[in-house]
Design a protein around this ligand. Structure first.
Ligand SMILES: NC(=O)c1ccc[n+]([C@@H]2O[C@H](COP(=O)([O-])OP(=O)(O)OC[C@H]3O[C@@H](n4cnc5c(N)ncnc54)[C@H](OP(=O)(O)O)[C@@H]3O)[C@@H](O)[C@H]2O)c1
Length: 260
């Protein structure tokens, strides 16, 4: 399917690895010019070069922490008029409710709620003026079904979801489409570190933790960054003009419900 976005320009936050990279690759395949981001220069440059050589699109890189004011300003200097914004950042650490005080909460809320809200707020006026835009925020399945050890994620991402729900309905008439994509367990470095933490906490091997998590999924496996990225890119396509403020779960059926 032609996504109809060839020549569009995208900022893809936190995209040197994992789900951000999967999304960047699918956008590049659709002919979108990219501004990629990560905190580690080598990994970011390697990813950018790989995407340039495979898809022949323009790829800029911005080495920065997207959760800082300076980082977001640098991204917007590199790409002041994006047609597409993919909101993404690292996820908060696991733990239990009694581990988290003001400092931990402020960090999680800054990374997974305020950062995407502030970036969207910065790019929406230009999108509205140009009468075309796509803002896709990578959140988590934990927004629909809480993951007890990821309370910082459950809560901060729920706040972002509330912002998108209302704002998507305010900007839709200008051709600006906002939706969220909710990963279940995908085989990225993030899931590797979560499996390490389960292995330590429960005194089982990492292999056993992985096997158990995969067996519990109706698909019998983890998702891949590639298949996730294709769905995220579809949410940036011409074809989603009547799809507003949705939360698209990509979890292999892990969320058990008849509807919604
Ligand atoms: N994978 C899953 O199964 C899953 C499930 C639910 C939710 N999620 C959420 O989806 C998001 C992406 O997950 P992932 O699995 O793709 O993680 P990942 O494999 O660990 O990759 C994270 C990417 O983001 C970059 N990054 C992290 N923090 C950043 C920051 N502050 N500023 C700029 N770049 C940053 C990393 O590069 P540098 O380290 O070099 O900065 C890397 O490119 C996370 O918020 C995660 O919690 C993932």
């Amino acid at each position: 399917m032609d996504l109809g976005i060839k020549g569009r320009r995208a900022i893809v936050c936190a995209s040197s690895r994992g789900l951000g990279r999967g999304t960047a690759e699918a956008l590049a395949e659709a002919g979108v010019a990219l501004t990629l981001n990560g905190r580690t220069a080598d990994t970011l440059e390697e990813t950018a070069e790989n995407i340039r050589s495979r898809y022949g699109v323009e790829v800029k890189t911005v080495v920065c922490d997207v959760t800082t004011d300076e980082g977001r300003a640098a991204l917007l200097r590199a790409e002041p008029n994006p047609d597409i914004l993919i909101n993404n950042a690292g996820g908060p650490p696991p733990g239990v409710w009694s581990d988290w005080g003001r400092e931990e909460w402020e960090k999680a809320i800054n990374s997974n709620m305020l950062t995407p809200i502030l970036l969207a707020t910065a790019v929406l006026p230009g999108m509205i003026q140009r009468e075309w835009g796509r803002v896709v925020s990578i959140t988590s399945g934990s927004v629909k079904a809480p993951i007890p050890q990821l309370g910082l994620s459950n809560s901060s991402r729920a706040g972002l979801t509330g912002f998108v729900a209302g704002t998507a309905r305010q900007v839709a008439k200008h051709g600006v489409i906002m939706n969220n994509i909710l990963p279940g367990q995908h085989d990225t470095d993030r899931v590797k570190s979560l499996m390490d933490s389960i292995s330590k906490r429960e005194n089982i091997s990492v292999e056993d933790a992985r096997a158990r998590a995969q067996a519990a999924n109706p698909r019998g496996r983890f998702g891949t960054a590639e298949e996730f990225g294709k769905i995220a890119a579809f949410l940036c396509s011409e074809h989603v003009g009547f799809m507003i403020g949705q939360n698209v779960l990509v979890d292999g059926g892990a969320f058990n419900s008849t509807m919604g």
